[in-house]
Design a protein around this ligand. Structure first.
Ligand code: ADP
Ligand code: TYD
Length: 197
């Protein structure tokens, strides 16, 4: 299996890129988190409320990810193929570290991220490459409707800081300048994807 993930703050263009990669590479399987399962639906319901509990959300995202691995990623690993996931474990590292720190469970997002990393690492399928779509919070805010718990300027600024740290410290993350037009981004990322076009 070739396993790629796309990460970035809300509105960074992940879904747009995933669509473009499907047209470029006919054989890739695109998947996403939160999934369309009951676990994913439960998360969407939870994060629609600003008052939802941070630790609960962490475990909901984890449950959905385990479903995602069992339902989609492991079977493709067994039979072979190319998978691109629109969000995966780095979303939990980046978003839930900020959410947990904001809710006083931890002294800082960095401390919370270490906790999440310990939770995730033993069972994670590590992606071959993660494409981190890097955009400013100003650009993100101009593209999103701000309806969810996480879609606020201060929150996304802190999440972007976490993504920047993760990108710098991980050797499988490639940072993509996502302020450019969609076709330029898709061309650059498409060069890294294995498999027939
Ligand atoms: P995400 O999946 O990361 O939340 P989307 O792909 O849904 O982001 O894009 C959010 C919005 O921004 C959509 O309206 C989309 O058309 C627009 N958009 C996506 N990529 C770009 C880009 N490179 N330049 C300008 N607008 C973009
Ligand atoms: P998504 O539907 O991908 O939002 P968008 O397309 O706007 O980027 O994801 C919903 C929200 O869930 C998004 O704000 C990011 C958040 N999220 C986490 O906080 N942790 C996670 O582990 C995942 C997968 C998503």
């Amino acid at each position: 299996m070739a396993f790629y993930t796309i990460e970035g703050i809300d509105g960074s263009g992940k879904s747009t890129l995933a669509d473009a990669l499907t047209s470029q590479h006919k054989s890739v399987i695109i998947t996403q988190e939160p999934t369309h399962s009951v676990y994913g639906q439960r998360i969407r319901d939870s994060i629609a409320r600003d008052t939802s509990d941070a630790m609960t959300n962490l475990f909901l995202f984890m449950s959905d990810r385990i479903y995602h691995i069992n339902d989609t990623i492991r079977p493709i690993d067994t039979r072979g193929g190319t998978v691109i996931s629109d969000r995966y474990t780095d979303s939990s590292r980046a978003y839930q570290s900020v959410e947990l720190a904001n809710s006083m469970h931890f002294d800082s997002p960095d401390e919370a991220r270490a906790f999440i990393d310990n939770m995730v690492s033993p069972w994670e399928y590590v992606p071959d490459t993660t494409f981190y779509l890097d955009i400013s919070v100003d650009t993100a805010m101009s593209r999103i409707d701000g309806n969810e718990k996480y879609e606020h300027r201060t929150f996304l600024t802190a999440v972007k800081q976490q993504y920047d740290i993760i990108a710098e410290s991980s050797n499988h993350v490639i940072t993509i300048d996502a302020e450019r037009p969609p076709d330029a981004i898709a061309r650059e990322v498409g060069e890294y994807i294995d498999g027939p076009r």
